[in-house]
Design a protein around this ligand. Structure first.
Ligand code: CTP
Length: 400
């Protein structure tokens, strides 16, 4: 899991967005993190300590002493425990306290004792967010080396619409994932990734497609971004959204559009990872109007789509090219054949038929085959974890 064993201290202050911290804590736990929460008294109106202690599996820090036993809660010990601290939501008032060192509650005292990286996700009404003093406080906190996770635009509790909403839990998670996965070898590298299916129009309402969910391609795009690469994600139609604000998503529908998008970005790329399940054929003619069911039999003429991966490989300068192969039998032979024919540096072999492997699943187990014929097997794991493992292995081998 991408945050396995990491110790994350979550500080919650008294804003309406505090209710979202329940799902943030769940996300962190799902990623294998150890979580402790601290709350200011003002935040109890929005979420209870019991909720957060249950979800985090750990007592919540709410004050300098336990109200029942009178025992002192050592804020310095809490601060030293943490690998990172993330404060979310942070109200205008707490932001000001953080910027100026007011230590009037347990959360603030722990913050002032921090020796680890600190992330701060402000949340307030739009005018408060735009106020010069808030901007100055944010600038001050950044000057201390802390990371501000900017508020998002949207509907606010006041009924107004503007910047001030706390970043969504998925975005908070992404900041932490990035922090722990930075990898200098990916800095300055541009990675082009294709993902998802393509839809080939039969008429205005129908298409030929496949069951590809796009999950593996999206996971690779997010992992490469977390490692520090610049990512262009050319994606066929999927329901997926990425919480990663840096990824440049180029949405396409058909294979021809995907080819055009790849052609537009290929020259600047350093790597290409082609995870898309491109439809092999498209209707020769897409009808302008909906086809009526007047005939007993309907024949649709199909023509072959261009092979996007082969185009990229044939038109490369120094780009590393990685393909995918989805096979139901003789996987290694077919995958090796594709690697040679398409002149790839490596190919990821997906052998479907086993539980948890292939289209639409959240997990995958693959083999990575290099041009040198070196093979590395990856056991069944989440597509997110697998994406990190694949990128590490590719980086270790492709620049030897
Ligand atoms: N690919 C592509 N453009 C196509 C077809 C495939 O870029 N028109 C890429 C896929 O993204 C994947 C690899 O090529 O990286 C898959 O190779 P391919 O030979 O198309 O695999 P299959 O479609 O499974 O081939 P076959 O049906 O012959 O097994």
């Amino acid at each position: 899991m991408s945050l396995e064993g990491k110790k994350i201290l979550v500080g919650v202050t008294g804003g309406i967005a505090a209710y979202k911290i329940a799902s943030f804590v769940r996300l962190l736990k799902k990623q294998g993190a150890e979580v402790r929460c601290m709350m200011t008294p003002a935040s109890f109106d929005f979420i209870t300590p019991l909720t957060l202690s249950t979800l985090s599996g750990s007592p919540v820090g709410t004050g300098f002493s336990d109200s029942k036993t009178g025992e002192w809660t050592n804020h310095v010990e809490w601060a030293l425990w943490a690998d990172v601290m993330i404060f979310a939501p942070v109200t205008a008032s707490s932001l000001a306290k953080m910027a100026h060192g007011f230590s009037d509650n347990f959360l603030m005292a722990t913050y002032l004792s921090a020796k680890c990286p600190v992330f701060i996700a402000p949340a307030m009404d739009l005018d408060m967010y735009q106020h010069p003093v808030t901007k100055e406080n944010i600038g001050r906190l950044e000057s201390f080396g802390y990371t501000i996770i900017p508020a998002e635009n949207g509907f606010l509790a006041s009924g107004l619409d503007g910047q001030g909403r706390m970043a969504e839990p998925e975005v908070l998670l992404q900041y932490l994932t990035d922090h722990f996965h930075r990898d200098g070898r990916f800095y300055g590298k541009k990675v082009l990734i294709t993902a998802g299916p393509t839809h080939e129009a039969i008429d205005p309402v129908r298409f030929i497609g496949n069951h590809s969910s796009g999950k593996m391609g999206f996971a690779l795009a997010e992992a490469a971004t977390s490692k520090g690469a610049e990512v262009i994600l050319v994606s066929g139609p999927t329901h997926l959204k990425t919480a990663h604000r840096q990824i440049r998503v180029v949405p396409v529908t058909s294979a021809l559009q995907m080819l055009e998008a790849v052609q537009n970005h290929w020259e600047q790329a350093d790597w290409g990872i082609f995870a898309s399940a491109v439809a092999d054929y498209r209707p020769t003619v897409a009808a302008n109007q909906k086809i009526k069911k007047t005939e007993e039999n309907l024949h649709i003429d199909l023509e072959k789509n261009p092979d996007i991966l082969s185009w990229a490989s044939a038109n490369r300068k120094a780009q590393k090219v990685v393909g995918f192969a989805l096979e139901t039998q003789n996987g290694l032979d077919y995958a090796r054949g594709k690697l040679e024919k398409k002149k790839l540096d490596a190919i990821v072999l997906n052998e479907i038929g086993e539980p948890g492997v292939g289209f639409g699943t959240d997990t995958n187990s693959v083999k990575l085959i290099f041009k040198s014929n070196k093979i590395r097997s990856f056991e069944l794991q989440s597509k997110q974890e697998l994406a990190f493992s694949l990128l590490n292995e590719l980086m270790n081998n492709l620049y030897e």
